[in-house]
Design a binder for this molecule. Structure first.
Ligand code: A3P
Length: 313
């Protein structure tokens, strides 16, 4: 595994570099995956310093696959008595990202990462691909991982809308499709990201739960119950499940002032409200041409279906 540390401290000088859109910030390839420079330091710090506790829950995802939704669900399932927290806190504040929030700074603020809440369970999120973790981190820990994935076309469509919220140059959809198909997007390639966590979920189902955005949409109640069981906190009242489903729905979350805010977050140069757009299935059809869809489907067929994962078309 390639290390990011260099004697000069210039972590990117030896890494392949590519533009993923016309912004001034390229992405750098590190151990087969692409990262923006502003996140690379955080990724490095997590890989080198994060020591999970056996009681930790890690929400892992590729960007735009339903991270925010799953954050609200995991938080609510684990902290049953504090559902009101979602009214005044953005889900990303309740479940912080390891590399984008907690370990982003040059000096890691261990006071934040060492606090164990009264429930005994710390919940963190990460977009770091499973392949990058060494045997001394989340791989060997008894911690639990919940991975969420989403149809590649809806993921890219959501990513494309999200980037356009940054207010910088536009990212033409044609370019976005090109880059996505070449795997050159932050935390990409998408397909390798998904397959890394999927493999682990098949080999160690008690450790990694693999969830799809589509299943969560079409049967939220069953998915919430399954999450509760996996996390060792099953539900005994149907009403509790229904309450969580409702309080974590995009319609409910969108109504809270904190989630409506157009203020920019401290950890990513985008407004709080950009994490809640439409939240449905198949919106890519409203933007992508038949040719774009065909191109992505061909890659999905090759990468997913031919490896036995029939998903995403
Ligand atoms: P769309 O852009 O397709 O609407 P992430 O949280 O990983 O950044 O993913 C963002 C996507 O999840 C966006 O998809 C967003 O609208 C959707 N989303 C956010 N909160 C949701 C919720 N509570 N229920 C369903 N989808 C949600």
């Amino acid at each position: 595994m390639e290390s990011l540390s260099t004697p000069t401290g210039c972590i990117t000088s030896s890494l392949p570099e590519e533009k993923w859109w016309e912004s001034d910030e390229p992405v750098y390839q590190f151990n087969g995956f692409w990262f923006r420079l502003s996140y690379l330091r955080g990724v490095q710090q997590v890989l080198e310093h994060f020591k999970p506790l056996a009681t930790d829950v890690i929400l892992a995802s590729f960007p735009k696959t339903g991270t925010t939704w799953l954050k609200s669900l995991l938080y609510s399932i684990i902290n049953r008595s504090s559902k009101e927290s979602l009214i005044s806190n953005h889900p990303h504040e309740l479940v912080p990202s390891l590399e984008l929030q907690l370990y982003k700074k040059p000096q890691v603020d261990t006071s934040t990462t060492e606090i164990v809440p009264s429930t005994g369970t710390r919940v963190f999120s990460t977009h770091i691909p499973y392949q990058l973790f060494t045997d001394h981190s989340i791989r060997s820990s008894e911690c639990k991982i919940v991975y969420i994935t989403r149809n590649p076309k809806d993921t890219l469509n959501s990513f494309w809308h999200f980037v356009s919220k940054s207010g910088r140059e536009t990212w033409p959809l044609e370019v976005a499709v090109d880059k996505f198909c070449d795997g050159i997007v932050p935390f990409g390639p998408y397909y390798d990201h998904v397959l890394g966590y999927r493999k682990e979920s098949l080999e160690r189902p008690q450790k990694v739960l693999f969830v799809t955005y589509e299943k969560l949409q079409t049967d939220t109640k069953t998915s919430v119950k399954k999450l509760g069981e996996f996390l060792g906190c099953p539900f005994d009242k149907e009403q509790e499940v229904e309450d969580i489903v409702k309080s974590c729905s995009i319609a409910t979350l969108k109504k809270h002032e904190v989630n409506k805010s157009s203020d920019f977050t401290r950890w990513i140069e985008l407004p709080y409200n950009s994490f809640f757009r439409q939240g449905g299935l198949g919106d890519h059809k409203n933007y992508m041409s038949a040719q774009m869809i065909k191109r992505i489907d061909a890659i999905t067929l090759e990468k997913f279906h031919e490896s036995g994962f029939v998903y995403g078309i």
